[in-house]
Design a protein around this ligand. Structure first.
Ligand code: RIB
Length: 299
């Protein structure tokens, strides 16, 4: 079985779930504190592992500090059967996110990248063979873009599919675009990358055209409760209406599920449908990795 490599961040999420999100300068008291396993990379790795048909389908590459949080990452990943390559940075702490969630499940997130921010191509080079022999590599942007570009080049050269979830939003080097097989921005990320304000299917089509002109293979734009736009079929697929309690990691679940479905050879419509079902379940549960469903839960 060819595996899916997830290269990216791992964080510990310090969460307060309360009534409302504070405005700048405002203090909102009340709410419940949770310390959760998070980080876009680790969340997506957990999604790949839990949503794959076979055990051991995921390899996770990340960087942590020499601290309790870093050691906890290794133990957590093991529970989901993920083969994990964790590089340790002796100078930086492990990544941490401060998250506020309101009663509607909306969130605000601030991340101190710590060791995630120092993951270099040299750190990843010892695991090059895993990338070259993978079905796909799934990456985000909580680790340096130079390392993402390096890994994309290795994977592309070996015929492994490169999937980039460009979150959090940032500009990408032009040379990276032709190495990307699938890109999955949300509306704001799509706007930052293309300059097109994405609000509906027509504007999503325009943003898709810009990305494709730069060399990207396929585009899927996630549009929150409006659904997901598929650049290949030019359609916005609405998502199932659910009662959201916490949207943290909904996008990560979508991306992990999409990677699983694509690695299984499903077409874009089936892959999006599978990813939407998985993320619809994730938003009904609190936390990041704790909210990611298992394959048996997807009907
Ligand atoms: O996408 C959700 C994740 O973003 C959280 O788990 C947090 O750690 C931040 O990286």
């Amino acid at each position: 079985m060819k595996k899916t490599v997830v290269l990216g961040s791992t964080n510990t999420d310090m969460v307060i779930a309360g009534r409302k999100l504070p405005a700048p300068g405002e203090t909102v008291s009340g709410g419940r504190f949770m310390m959760n396993a998070g980080g876009k990379g680790a969340n997506q790795a957990v999604a790949v592992a839990r949503l794959s048909a076979a055990k051991g389908a995921c390899i996770f590459i990340a960087k942590v500090g020499d601290d309790l949080f870093g050691r906890a990452t290794a133990a957590r990943m093991k529970k989901d059967g993920i083969k994990t390559h964790l590089v340790v940075d002796p100078r930086e702490p492990s990544g941490t996110a401060l998250i506020l969630v309101d009663a509607k499940g909306q969130n605000m997130i601030s991340v101190a990248l710590g060791a995630n921010g120092t993951l270099s191509p040299e750190d990843v080079a010892p695991f090059k063979k895993d990338i070259e022999s993978s079905a796909a590599i799934l990456m985000q942007l909580e680790t340096p873009v130079e390392t993402v570009a390096w890994a994309a080049k290795v994977a592309h050269g070996a015929g492994s599919a490169v999937i980039l979830n460009p979150a959090p939003a940032r500009k990408l080097p032009r040379a990276l675009y032709p190495l990307i097989d699938w890109i999955t921005p949300n509306e704001t990320e799509a706007e930052l990358l293309t300059g097109v304000k994405v609000v509906d299917a027509a504007s999503a089509a325009k943003a898709t055209a810009v990305l494709k002109k730069r060399g990207v293979g396929h585009v899927v734009i996630t549009m929150g409760s409006k659904g997901a736009y598929c650049g290949d079929c030019g359609k916005l697929y609405p998502c199932k209406k659910v009662k959201a309690v916490d949207c943290v990691a909904a996008g990560d679940t979508f991306n992990g599920a999409l990677a699983v479905a694509l690695a299984e050879g499903r077409d874009c419509v089936e892959a999006i449908e599978f990813a939407q079902k998985a993320s619809a379940i994730a938003v009904t549960r609190p936390g990041a990795q704790s909210s990611v469903p298992y394959r048996r839960e997807i009907r």
